[in-house]
Write a protein that binds this ligand. Structure first.
Ligand code: ZN
Length: 309
């Protein structure tokens, strides 16, 4: 069954020199995180408060300890994209969105203490993950854009590059970055799916598809501010929410948009309705989560036993 073609935006590849495969280190624990008996798996406040799940693979999230410091340090990727830093003076932690295009192996970030110009590096390992591949053969020419559509797509790409660079404060409320699912429904596990049309690789699927009928309300997964709405060639009617600190979410193929840029939403507030606009085969919600300009797996942010990768 063909997946809807949802356009994954061009972005600077954060591929860092692959220096061979490195064993995945233990995830640094967040301050105050305790091990809990298996009988309190869901009710444990410490476990429920620590989201997203860390998963150091392409399309995943690394949770790296920056140690203790009186002031919040600054952290950035090697491309100088600012990173989300949460915590308190006893321990600061950065959450790093790992691009789907990242090469497995050693990766690094730069950290700067607030009162010190010197930068230090933190090295971490990206483990390989083999995402599924879907090969489709269609009539020649049907996947090529007309010159007019190509021009429109390029205008939209340039506009969205600005939207995706949003980094605002206040930062999301620490320590929990737990999101609720924006619509109930069957959630596909197609994040990262590699698609090959007529032997040509396309951008991988960079979000989660949730099956739902046209008109189903779309609810804010956590507090956020609307930063962009529009009707895009591939994505159809789309809303972008800013949750602070470079954490953004995107909702595509909507039948209705109830908000405008600048509107502020509370968790579970309705802002749109599911539809089938843009390049899709049927109604569903495409939901993307972006962290430091990298599309990461929304399932890592959803507290649900069946939402794990
Ligand atoms: Zn999708």
């Amino acid at each position: 069954m063909p997946y809807p073609i949802t356009f994954a935006l061009h972005r600077r590849s954060a591929v860092l020199g692959a220096l061979g495969l490195v064993a995945l280190p233990a995830f640094p624990a967040l301050a105050g995180m305790k091990t809990t008996p298996s009988t309190s798996r869901v009710t444990s406040p410490s476990a429920a408060d620590v989201w997203p799940n860390a998963l150091q693979v392409p399309g995943g999230v690394a949770r790296l300890s920056l140690g203790a410091a009186a002031m919040r340090p600054r952290a950035m990727t090697t491309d100088k994209v600012p990173l989300l830093v949460l915590g308190d003076p006893t321990e600061w932690t950065t959450l790093v969105g790992i691009p789907l295009a990242a090469a497995p192996g050693e990766a690094r970030i730069a950290v700067q203490a607030k009162d010190d110009a010197a930068m230090r590096e933190i090295v971490y390992a990206i483990a390989p993950k083999q995402y599924r591949e879907q090969r489709l053969n269609v009539a020649p020419g049907t996947v090529d854009l007309s010159p007019a559509d190509q021009a429109r797509y390029e205008r939209e790409r340039d506009h969205l590059a600005i939207v995706m660079a949003t980094f605002t404060e206040p930062l999301p409320q620490a320590p929990s970055l737990h999101m609720r699912v924006p619509v109930p429904g069957r959630r596909s596990s197609s994040f990262g799916l590699r698609r090959v049309f007529n032997g040509q690789s396309r951008n991988p699927h960079s979000g989660m598809d949730i099956a739902a009928g046209t008109g189903t309300p779309v609810l804010a997964p956590m507090p956020g501010r609307v930063i962009d709405t529009g009707d895009y060639f591939f994505n159809g009617n789309t809303v972008w929410l800013d949750h602070g600190g470079g954490l953004l979410t995107m909702y595509c193929h909507l039948s209705a948009i109830d908000v405008k840029p600048g509107d502020v939403l509370k968790t579970s507030e309705r802002f749109a309705a599911v539809g089938a606009t843009g390049r899709v085969t049927g109604p569903h919600l495409h939901w993307s989560v972006m962290l430091n300009r990298a599309m990461v797996d929304p399932a890592l942010f959803v507290f649900s036993p069946d939402a794990k990768l």
